[in-house]
Write a protein that binds this ligand. Sequence first.
Ligand code: ADP
Ligand code: MG
Length: 548
Amino acid sequence: MEKKDNFFDLGLSNKILEVIKQKGFEIPSPIQVLTIPILLKNEKDIIGQAQTGTGKTAAFGLPIIENTEKNGITQVLVLAPTRELAIQVAEEMISFRTNREIGILPVYGGQSIEGQLRRLKKGVEIVVGTPGRILDHLKRGTLRLGQLSYLVLDEADEMLNMGFIEDIEKILSQTNEDKRTLLFSATMPPRIVKLAQNFMNEYEQIKVPAKRLTVDLTDQIYFEVNSSDKFEALCRIIDIEKEFYALIFCRTKLKAQHLGNALSDRGYAAAALHGDISQPQRERILDQFRKKKIRILAATDVAARGIDIQELTHVLNYSIPQDPESYVHRIGRTGRAGKRGTAITFITPSEYRKLMHIQRAANAEIRKEKIPKVKQLINMKRKRIIEEISEIIEMKTFGDNLHIAYELLGNHKPDELIAALLTHAYKDDFSPEKYAKIRGVKATVENTSPDLKGTTRLFIALGNKNSITKKKLVDMIKKETLIDSRLIRDIKVYDNFSFANVPFAEAEQIIKAFRKMGGKKKPLVVKAKSEEKKRKTNFSKSRRKRRY
Ligand code: ADP
Ligand code: MG
């Protein structure tokens, strides 16, 4: 087998190897190792699946730059879901150029169309754009896509999520047949596969497993906290950290907005980013976030897509991600470029199993930590202040303030003076009252904390003696009611009867369906009363008896 852990082995030209060296890339990432030789050698289309931050831009960008010449004709179109991503991809590709003459232009909505027109008229070899604006240009006849060598669909899943499918199809229908199409996506839902089947020629599929280098550099922890205490827990975590420059992921736009507001109210440099924020405002917020004027950004997944800030110290899942892929995707925002970052996940007690599932599937190691206690926080803050002041004294970085000091010292006792200065500077920072109480969560043991909210426990008058098993029970319910078997949970089969948990609505449905079967006097399925509890109590009583 060919050796391919080096850029030299991928078939790139010396010129581009020089560029790579200058960029400081030492070894190619897995998606680059797999994609670059195919792109340089054969003529097949490519579907590449790899998470954010795995170097996809260079995977397609380097070979494309190799094969693009200055001729004033648009030979490459890259479609990206958001303007940030379009700009990012364009910038990254500009940095790969060996021939400075090759024109690379990001094209996106919100930017003045005149400027774009001027550039396009001069002839741009590589256009990187969002679907909406590209379509505008096609309609105006200001962009021609009849001579493409490459068409790249970057972050295809996200483009579909954002509702760009029709725009993409329209754009694709105006391109020449004999181009190569490259599709990159973090996930491969059926819609993507369909898009590929409709619009791509014979393609090679490349998949880089979700485990990524960047995740290894991320310290992963979780906190178990009741929903109502999440905000307080978050504030404590922010306060205990020396530096907190973070993205906080929220499940909904509303949550993100609320959290952004609440953090600002509490005095943090925070803001919210979600789909209801206008484009200019989004731009402003991101700019301030990049400049660290905003240090905490509460965002939804979609809004956060494409934010690529290397120095983030933390990524925090305010609510647990929907699936392992989303987890890896989110936490990949920290620990980038070889820096260590911390990924924090909040779970409520009932989400423990979901977290364990994520941990297994993402091949991650997520350790539990306790929310800092108020006393700990205040001690930490005191220690930090003393450190900071000592540093100022050591560096003598107090400028003209020495004069005020002499004046103050002339009139006050030194100890009272310093205490007054601290109060002046830090107000109630050391006061425990600043923090609200956090309730302890009920201890959870693996596999014993299903979310019982909104479910009904059913009693089924069939058990081992009727040769019922869990599977038979589920099959039986499914046969009678067509209910999705995943909704039937926590089944317990005893000798004479069984129990199962199902959501309210399904419970009614099941009881109704089985009423016909069991007869009026003795229905087969009823809502469980306290049978199981009684059983358990008896059990523990008997144990107690035995012990004493
Ligand atoms: P993706 O598109 O997969 O999300 P990017 O192409 O945006 O990832 O790359 C993420 C970051 O990693 C960029 O800053 C890029 O310059 C850097 N990068 C890409 N390839 C390499 C490499 N082989 N070595 C080091 N850094 C790399
Ligand atoms: Mg990318």
